[in-house]
Write a protein that binds this ligand. Structure first.
Ligand SMILES: Nc1ncnc2c1ncn2[C@@H]1O[C@H](COP(=O)(O)OP(=O)(O)OP(=O)(O)O)[C@@H](O)[C@H]1O
Ligand SMILES: [Mg+2]
Length: 311
């Protein structure tokens, strides 16, 4: 991100809106094709949760940006683990960004639900080890982001003060996009002259809130920046953002607007119900006649995220 300030100017916002409109126009193009043909052409990507796939006509459309928003402890991170696991099972390369924990903790948590990530070849971007064979999953945690920020500060000639700032700009959208590009390279899915990976990739960012934690007003601009830099036809993305109970608005309000789909998770007020009762609703999903009523969410040992119909 540029160091020039934390306010978005109107001109900047207009410019971003224009870029995004042209992106949306491009997406809308196949309107002349018969509906049945379009439906058939939509490749569905499994979420790894059977009831959720069913509620989505088979899964999320390939290339979608799915925002997962919700309160703490509602199952957002576990939902991400299922999505990554489903990818590994079908041979999709996975890029897993975690700002919340070290990946070791993700592995430990997933194992409790029967997902053994260690069966696959994992490469941590912060590692100094030789790459060896192509991994199945590239992990980017805060240490990986720090490493990329450092590399960027060394690569771009600048004055000492800017270089120092850049060096520590780990939680910065520019660093994030550079790290994702690096992960694509490691996965061997980039071809010269082609912007989109040559194979379908699953990208998970848990969570985006960390990138605007100290400046929530920037959520929308950062989301736009990321979409413009990282949105590709061949990449299906999960982006987590936390829900601020105090203000009743998500830290990712920008994210919900630019996302193709939104999964919203919440729980009953524990003070009145005296139990943890979790729910999830599919608020939107492009190109999908999705379920429009909420589900009860259970998180079960050995199984993980399970959806139950409320009716
Ligand atoms: N082995 C397990 N068996 C049953 N439930 C579990 C198990 N492990 C974790 N959980 C439940 O899952 C919850 C955590 O879910 P998760 O980490 O996905 O939440 P989150 O929405 O990502 O929260 P945050 O916003 O704090 O990151 C725990 O609070 C617990 O209730
Ligand atoms: Mg989490």
């Amino acid at each position: 991100m540029s160091d020039k300030g934390i306010e978005i100017s109107n001109e900047e916002l207009l410019e971003i809106e224009k870029e995004l409109k042209s992106l949306e126009e491009r997406e809308k193009k196949p309107t002349t094709v018969a509906k049945s043909r379009i439906e058939k052409d939509i490749t569905r990507i499994s979420t790894g949760v059977p009831e959720l796939d069913k509620a989505l006509e088979g899964g999320v459309p390939k290339g979608s940006w799915v925002a997962i928003t919700g309160e703490p402890g509602t199952g957002k991170s576990i939902l991400c683990m299922h999505f990554a696991w489903a990818g590994l099972r079908v041979g999709d390369p996975v890029v897993y960004v975690t700002t919340e924990a070290e990946f070791r903790d993700v592995i430990r948590q997933a194992k409790l639900f029967g997902m053994d990530f260690e069966q696959y070849k994992i490469y941590d971007i912060s590692s100094t080890k030789e790459l060896g064979e192509i991994p199945n999953i590239v992990v980017i945690d805060i240490f990986g982001l720090l490493k990329v920020a450092r590399q960027m500060s060394e690569a771009i000639p600048t004055d000492v003060e800017t270089a120092r700032k850049r060096r520590f700009a780990a939680l910065d959208v520019q660093t994030l996009t550079a790290a994702i590009q690096e992960a694509y390279k490691i996965l061997g899915v980039l071809k010269e002259g082609i912007k989109s990976p040559v194979r379908h990739v699953r990208l998970i960012i848990d969570s985006m809130s960390a990138f605007w934690a100290d400046k929530p007003a920037m959520a929308r601009k950062y989301s736009y920046d990321l979409k413009i830099a990282a949105h590709r036809d061949n990449v299906t993305t999960y982006l987590v953002s936390q829900y601020a109970m105090t203000t009743k608005s998500t830290f990712g309000f920008g994210l919900e607007h630019i996302a193709d789909g939104v999964f919203y998770l919440w729980m009953d007020d524990v003070e009145s119900t005296k139990e943890v009762a979790r729910y999830m609703i599919i608020k939107k999903m492009r190109m999908t006649n999705h379920a429009r009523t909420a589900f009860r969410v259970e998180i079960l040992p050995g199984k993980g995220f399970v959806l139950e119909s409320l009716k």
